[in-house]
Design a protein around this ligand. Sequence first.
Ligand SMILES: NC(=O)c1ccc[n+]([C@@H]2O[C@H](COP(=O)([O-])OP(=O)(O)OC[C@H]3O[C@@H](n4cnc5c(N)ncnc54)[C@H](OP(=O)(O)O)[C@@H]3O)[C@@H](O)[C@H]2O)c1
Length: 246
Amino acid sequence: MTTTQRTALVTGATAGIGRAVARHLAASGVALVVHGRDPERGAQLVKEITEEGGTARFVTADLTDPAEVLALAEEAGAVDILVNNAGIYAFTGTAETTAESFDRQFAVNTRAPFLLVGALAPGMAERGHGTIVNITSTAATSPAPIGSAYGASKAAVELLTRSWATEFGARGVRVNGVSPGPVRTAGTTAMLGDNVEVLGRATLRDRIGEPDEIARVVRFLVDADSSYINGTVILANGGEPSALPA
Ligand SMILES: NC(=O)c1ccc[n+]([C@@H]2O[C@H](COP(=O)([O-])OP(=O)(O)OC[C@H]3O[C@@H](n4cnc5c(N)ncnc54)[C@H](OP(=O)(O)O)[C@@H]3O)[C@@H](O)[C@H]2O)c1
């Protein structure tokens, strides 16, 4: 019996969580379209995956530009898996968040996944199978004194996750999310440097998460082992103290 190799588009695969997701999917035999803006890091990732016996190609697109998002979907073609991972975060108070910053966060975090699902999910539904995983954030459900725009952009993605599961689920397309807590990535390190560890202290694991710990949840959600999981968001956040009774 011949089995067809599955294909996946992973956005924001040039760094952090997206990079780990791409590597885990490639290791499980999925052919990758890896996306980012930085062609050098894109080429490096493709080289690593290829050297390990996997298949990958890099496509660049600035997700703040809707035309580039649609061109990315076109370039990716008829993928079986879409992982909406690329995201940006500005941890500023509401008064300090400019309209430009608000729009930018919503463009990358919310509008780009929306356009990619609109471009790719109907094809999955027509073929009768597909899986979509959206990377959300603790900020979507646990408000903090800073980062309200970021939290709102991710809360919208959690609602969209349930909407899309409703819209496409009966036609064989599963849509789920993973909500990471603090994870050690290029993004968090750029923000906090050596202090990045401090983020983990607020979790019940008392440590920061690693990209691989999120990637393994994504891999589960795109595999047949999770075939009856649809329209939900899995928390991979080390455990939130506020979830416990006092
Ligand atoms: N790290 C955490 O603690 C944490 C916690 C909760 C949720 N998350 C979510 O997890 C996802 C990944 O986070 P991360 O920390 O791994 O991110 P990261 O290290 O900052 O990497 C971000 C990725 O997104 C891409 N990207 C950023 N802006 C883009 C744009 N305008 N157009 C196209 N690509 C763009 C980057 O590509 P280039 O570098 O090539 O430009 C890079 O590949 C995000 O959605 C984030 O909100 C992260």
